[in-house]
Design a protein around this ligand. Structure first.
Ligand code: NAD
Length: 459
């Protein structure tokens, strides 16, 4: 049997986990076990499921520092961000621990005559979850917790690069056997999960997401996919340039730009260009790529050698085409997969940096003559996940937000980051199907049944 090996990106000789890889047969067995366990899980009732999810939250809180250290080691998440992710993970379990008591349907008046019309939402059975490595605890949680709260069992196929985090998370959750099963594996395991689950939720890259949607919808089962972004930040001439630069540096370099909501295109309107270029280059220079275990680190390593090569290759071809490096532009002088936070201007039209997600601490600075031109540039992509607008005028910022193609828009804040109880998802090609998080997630993992009740004895 092959193994899934996960390495520390800050120290590529450090093997974090090596576990047997699940193939088609193992995934099918996990789904069968989950189907069996789901009956007992549903029979626990709202109070029983609520208690179990609350206990999972408490166990995660008790093991917080252990989980922080594991996330730092396995995916190179800077320790301050890792603490935030673990706290958020526990909060999501707590939030959904209340969900079993949420209304599970509606009551309506019949169109005519006596009786009662109602809807009841019911779980599908087995939820198949496929997750990326970049939020190794929070993303599995924000899919699993709502699916479980409403009575599904879960089979989770995590990213190979984050397998240790997923296994430890499921262990700590401590749910009855078969209710939350992790299947380490790659594309074969993912395909087997899509082939056997009753509902599928995916987060990851755009290409894989589209194939997951095709596979699940071909089987006629509900599917949602959250995919990559090419996120724009619009900086207007009236913005507080120092504040905008600080927020943008965080959105570009934080966690080495490996958030789906990271900023990769900075669009400076009119006179904002020169002062912003200077302030942003300086701010990025103050967040050098550094050891993710050090408390002050903002930008850690990228996930692996291929990612680093893709990034440095893109910088090289952009420079060859006339681009100028305003900050960074090269590997950091240390072992591991580190790129200095990078800002480029004059990137040639059509270069992949302007059309594809690169998932690293790298952004392109673009000029726009006015707000209309800035919006046209920002919306010139299918990868429309998140955006930010920086302006002192709330009227202008809200009007811009209204015209931006993006699922999540932040005003005078980094494009990255969103509260866990609000709908999460992108526009155009960044997202497929229902939103994640909040109430929307409870609806996604259940189907409504319409029940009509007539008085007995009436014809
Ligand atoms: P990825 O697409 O390489 O992998 C995601 C998951 O899909 C992994 O578990 C992987 O093993 C699995 N997989 C790979 N091939 C498969 C196949 N053929 N069938 C089924 N499953 C398959 O993504 P990644 O590198 O782990 O994560 C980074 C990507 O995730 C970035 O593009 C990022 O933008 C995106 N992301 C999006 C969001 C969002 O909510 N929009 C959040 C986080 C990350």
């Amino acid at each position: 049997m092959s193994t899934i090996d996960s390495y520390n990106p800050a120290d590529p000789d450090d093997l974090v986990a090596s576990v047997p890889a699940a193939g088609t047969a193992e995934v099918a067995a996990a789904i069968a076990g989950a189907r069996e366990a789901q009956r007992g899980w549903w029979a626990l009732g709202a109070a029983g499921r609520s208690l179990a999810l609350g206990r999972a939250a408490a166990a995660i809180e008790a093991a917080a520092e252990e989980l922080v250290a594991l996330a730092v080691r396995e995916v190179g998440k800077p320790v301050a961000e890792a603490r935030g992710e673990v706290a958020r993970t526990a909060a999501i379990w707590r939030y959904y621990a209340q969900a079993p008591f949420a209304p599970a349907g509606e009551v309506h008046e019949p169109a005519a005559g006596p009786g009662l019309l109602l809807t009841r939402r019911r779980p599908y059975g087995v939820a198949g979850l496929i997750t990326p490595w970049n939020f190794p605890l929070a993303i599995p949680t924000w899919k699993a917790a709502p699916a479980l709260a409403v009575g599904n069992a879960v089979v989770l196929k995590p990213s190979s690069e984050a397998v240790a985090c997923a296994l430890r998370l499921a262990e700590l959750a401590g749910l009855p056997e078969g209710v939350l099963t992790v299947v380490p594996g790659g594309a074969e395991a993912g395909t087997a999960l899509i082939d056997g689950a009753d509902v599928v939720s995916f987060t990851g890259s755009t290409g894989v997401g589209r194939s997951v949607v095709a596979g699940a919808s071909g089987r006629g089962i509900p599917v949602q996919a959250e995919m990559g972004g090419l996120n724009a930040a619009l900086v207007l001439p009236d913005a507080d340039i120092a504040q905008a630069a600080a927020h943008l540096a965080n959105a570009i370099a934080g966690y080495a730009g490996q958030k789906c909501t990271a900023t990769s295109r900075v669009i400076a309107v009119g006179d904002a260009y020169e002062p912003l270029a200077e302030a942003l280059a300086k701010a990025l220079g103050q967040t050098p790529a550094a050891d993710p275990a050090a408390p002050a680190t903002v930008c850690g390593p990228v996930i692996g050698g291929p990612a680093l090569e893709r990034l440095t290759g893109a910088i090289d071809t952009a420079r060859a085409g006339g681009a100028t490096v305003l900050a960074g532009g090269a590997r950091a002088d240390r072992a591991g997969w580190f790129l200095e936070p990078t800002l480029l201007e004059n990137v040639p039209a059509g270069h992949p940096l302007l059309t594809e997600e690169f998932f690293g601490p790298l952004a392109v600075l673009l000029p726009a003559a006015d707000l209309d031109a800035a919006l046209a540039l920002a919306n010139d992509t299918r990868h429309s996940l998140s955006a930010s607008v920086h302006s002192r005028s709330l009227d202008v910022a809200l009007a811009a937000a209204d015209r931006l193609d993006a699922g999540m828009i932040r005003i005078n804040a980094p494009s990255s980051g969103v509260d866990f109880h609000l709908p999460f998802g992108g526009a155009k090609g960044a997202s497929y199907g229902a939103r994640e998080q909040g109430r929307a997630a409870l609806d996604f993992y259940t189907a409504a049944r319409t029940v009509s009740v007539l008085p007995a004895g009436e014809c």
